[in-house]
Write a protein that binds this ligand. Structure first.
Ligand code: AMP
Length: 309
């Protein structure tokens, strides 16, 4: 049995405004690092590296603090700065989202530093933020074994060169089909993922919302459907992508493995974690989640796939 490996996430903590076809919510705890950490914490302890302003609500701090697996030593609160905030609107087809606003706030200042206590981290997820900042974090983890990143339309459009430089330095990428298309110009998810592996990473995972995910790795290809959630259970898809990555990386960190088969299996944990995230606004459903519920749904998912272990 391999010992528990360490996992860290860098990225944003945000104050989100979310419009769904049925409801509007303001002041929701969000951000790439928050969703990742919340999702990963069920599978592995996770070290958070992020920065917020002094306007960050104490209710959000408390909510994050209630996830027992999240270490917040690397969460900096900067006086006089404003927390990143983001607004998005979902269409009737919940796979479709538009960004209403992005107020970068504290993100335009110096990024947070990785605490010395995190420097032995082996599994690193570079959640969404400016790709130059993501790249800068890599060197702050000298014992890294697996570095995976995410990106988003804003950075694909405004920081393309920096994103291509980042891709040369990571082992894997997790992104959605729209982003994969924007990045590569290729619409087909498998072809886009394959193209991404020619840009540097050993593997690319392309998520297709309710249509599942594909993994293209130098050692093989895998596909996985999404968890078959009935329509009325999908309340707010925000954070599905980040918490998917959290479940996936959390599983890899707990196994201490980085090979194709482990990544393929890890996709199912990402899928199941994300299926809970979308059942509420913000990470509320994850706050209420128990390990027993997570494991039970994972078992159901595996049996729905109709394949062995
Ligand atoms: P997801 O639904 O998984 O794509 O992630 C949504 C989360 O990403 C929201 O909680 C936002 O606060 C955060 N977010 C939105 N835009 C950006 C961006 N450009 N960079 C980093 N994080 C972002």
């Amino acid at each position: 049995m391999l010992g528990r490996m360490s996992l860290a996430v860098t990225g944003t903590i945000g104050i989100d405004t979310v419009y769904t076809p049925r409801e509007r919510r303001e002041g929701v705890l969000g951000g790439s690092a928050a969703y990742f950490a919340a999702g990963a914490s069920f599978l592995s302890p996770v070290r958070l590296v992020a920065v917020v302003g002094d306007d960050w609500p104490s209710t959000h701090r408390d909510a994050l603090g209630r996830f027992t697996g999240i270490c917040t030593q690397g969460l900096e609160t900067r006086t006089g700065s404003r927390t990143f905030s983001w607004g998005g609107r979902y269409f009737e087809d919940v796979n479709q989202r538009e960004t209403l606003f992005t107020e970068v706030g504290v993100l335009q200042e110096a990024p947070p530093r990785v605490p010395d206590a995190y420097r032995d981290t082996q599994f690193v997820f570079l959640g969404n933020t400016h790709p130059a900042v993501q790249a800068d974090f890599i060197d702050q983890f000298p014992q890294r074994k697996l570095v995976v990143c995410d990106t988003m339309d804003l950075w694909i459009k405004t920081a393309h060169g920096e994103l291509l430089s980042l891709l040369k330095r990571v082992d894997g990428v997790v992104l959605n089909d729209t982003e994969a298309h924007e990045l590569t110009g290729i619409r087909n998810a498998v072809s886009a993922a394959r193209h991404i592996t020619t840009l540097g990473p050993t593997f690319a995972v392309v998520k297709k919302g309710e249509h599942g995910a594909v993994l293209v790795h130098r050692d093989g290809v895998a596909v996985l459907p999404a968890f078959p959630a009935p329509e009325d259970r999908v309340i707010d898809p925000t954070g599905a992508g980040d918490s998917f990555a959290g479940g996936m990386m959390g599983h890899l960190a707990r196994l201490g493995r980085t090979d194709f088969k482990a990544i393929r299996d890890a996709l199912s944990w990402g899928t199941v974690v994300a299926s809970f995230t979308i059942e509420s606004f913000g990470p509320e459903r994850l706050q209420a989640l128990t390990h027993a519920e997570l494991n039970e749904r994972h078992e159901h998912f595996r049996s729905a796939l109709g394949v062995g272990s």
